[in-house]
Design a protein around this ligand. Sequence first.
Ligand code: DCP
Ligand code: MG
Length: 355
Amino acid sequence: MLPDGVSRKIIHCDCDCFYAAIEVRDDPSLAGRPVGVGGRPEARGVIATCNYEARAFGVHSAMSTAQALRLCPQLILLRPRFDAYREASRRILAIYREFTALVEPLSLDEAYLDVTGVGLCRGSASLMAEEIRRRIRAEVGITASAGIAPNKFLAKVASDWNKPDGQFVVRPQEVDGFVAALPVTRIHGVGKVTAEKLNGLGVGTCGDLRRWSEAELGIRFGSFGARLYRLCRGEDPRPVVPRSRRKSLSVETTYARDLPHLDACREALPALVGELEQRLKRAGAPDVEKLFVKIRFDDFRHTTAEGPACGVQLPRCLELLGDGWRRHGRPVRLLGVGVRLRAVDENAGQLALFD
Ligand code: DCP
Ligand code: MG
């Protein structure tokens, strides 16, 4: 713990149009032209990311490639090269770690750094961020943006402020004013549904949100309510947790209505599997060793059915679902599907898989 009155210094670093930037770096003839990285339109592919030239046409991550090509017919569409992205990610992480051991990667191109008490750059987190970005440009050949703030929430918001190739600092004495004007949609976890709900309550900014008591927010938003209460005041106590290699990755859903039988579970599975595939792609398509399906029944008993696999295949997931479901054979509250990842030797230069 820090003594009272001393605030933390958190940097959130996020590379600009990461996959696309690596592609343009490796083929300079692409510079200045709209580039998208993603799957084929015929195969119902989606855009993983695109450069800012393509964004000017309205193309964005997670859009179907077919739609992207309608918006921007001259889009240069490239297959992802995950090896190149992982390699760049590793070099970027090594740069971060020269500044602090407290590095928490969020994905291949994004990380939190806690630089509280670090003496480099005269102890200035802003100068450290400048230096980190300069080195990423010089040593990796792409640009990154950074946010500097007293906590993770604000650092992440700030890194978007002057994107691309920029940075923004929220000083402790500026937090209050900065957050008051912030639209609630900037809060991670406030998606479309929550935003609409808040809008219905007359809440557009974090300042508006402060009119609600913690108890009222709890009633309306469950456990997220307490977090909202703190975030709209610019408070986020989460520490930066240095993470080692990710060992598993999963997605799950609690259903508003219990799934009454196995067939209903089978119907619900493809959506989860699709989501898992997306998450894996974002994590750099790591090597899958095992698949698992997690089931929580209406009586809160739960079970996990697991088996070897070399990728995410729906038929295999359905098999595991059947195995798991038969253990209790009751209505289901929650389904999850996930993978265990193959351990790779960090020193062999194959790591860099984080979420
Ligand atoms: N990614 C993906 N699918 C998504 C979002 C992202 O495959 N729906 C991949 C491609 C991105 C990388 O993850 O290059 C990093 O994601 P970001 O959200 O940081 O997006 P970018 O770095 O591409 O763009 P920005 O400049 O907005 O950070
Ligand atoms: Mg990025």
